[in-house]
Design a binder for this molecule. Structure first.
Ligand SMILES: [Fe+2]
Length: 283
């Protein structure tokens, strides 16, 4: 049998935290051949351009004349020179490449039993890889997936905020996000700092990021590679649909209560939204 990616203590920590709380975890993916910079440059070549987001870096200081590209760096050049590129790259939905699909499914398969008994079936498994130059910052935002961020190279600090705090992420922003009308980036105010929990991870460590928990990320002073393994669940779909239904109620002048946090299941509003959508009366 292959060695497990998550050690027993991490399974226990995840079980204690999932789905509502952040947790620092450990993983065994260091030295994995699919996660070297060279392998990731090849992955970037294999993925459709629409699945790659990157910031073409400035030319590094001290580059040899024969290495000077004619224009901004390509994504593969950015990955290979990430140490000096002053840049970042996001490779999205890596499961479109079979070897990465197998990796993602293997990692998440280890947690499937724990996930299912809390939030129902594990669905829409997606993987993302973030390759970042020293010192990069990912601004304050939230994501719609259950997520574990596994650190492979370098250090980063993620500061996470409580998902139920509507000062940070208001009910209407939740609703509009699920209707495709609100960007995942959130506006920041300095007084939010006190509500954050900073978790630092280095190679071999990971963070459980609860669905939609607002967060921002500061990279350390080395290049960083992180793998994000994500999934949706019956519970997360129902919460999203309940939010969307609330938007319908708000539009007709009501002031709907926000969905209760886990373990509330939000089934009634989710079913109402699904029915409204079928009838074509939805937002
Ligand atoms: Fe994120």
């Amino acid at each position: 049998m292959e060695t497990a990616v998550f050690p027993a203590e991490t399974r226990a920590a995840f079980a204690a935290a999932y789905p509502a709380s952040p947790a620092k975890l450990k993983h065994g993916l260091l030295e994995h051949p699919l996660l070297t910079l060279d392998a990731l440059a090849e992955l970037a070549d294999a993925l459709p351009a629409s699945e790659i987001e990157y910031n073409p870096g400035k030319l590094p200081i001290g580059i040899r004349p024969e290495d000077v590209p004619t224009s901004d760096l390509s994504v593969t050049e950015t990955i290979r020179t990430i140490e000096r590129a002053g840049s970042w790259v996001a490779l999205k939905r890596i499961e479109q490449v079979p070897a990465y699909r197998e990796l993602l499914h293997g990692v998440l398969g280890e947690l499937k039993d724990l996930v299912q008994e809390r939030t129902g079936a594990m669905m829409q498994l997606e993987g993302f890889i973030f390759i970042t130059s020293p010192g990069s910052v990912t601004p304050f935002h939230f994501d719609p997936e259950h997520n574990i961020l596994l650190q492979v190279m370098g250090n980063k600090t993620m500061t996470l905020f409580p998902v139920e705090d509507e000062d940070l992420l208001g009910a209407e922003a939740h609703e509009l996000f699920h209707l495709g009308k609100h960007h995942r980036n959130l506006s920041w105010r300095d007084e939010f700092s006190a509500k954050g929990q900073a978790i630092q991870i280095g190679p071999g460590e990971a963070i459980h990021v609860p669905v939609k928990a607002p967060h921002w990320v500061q990279n350390g002073d080395e290049p960083s590679v992180s793998l994000s393994v994500t999934w949706r669940s019956e519970w997360s779909y129902a919460e999203a649909d309940a939010r969307a239904f609330n938007h319908v109620l708000r539009r007709i002048g009501l002031r709907p209560a926000s969905p209760d946090p886990y373990p509330a299941q939000n089934r009634a509003k989710a079913l109402a939204w699904r029915a409204a959508r079928k009838l074509g009366v939805a937002a």
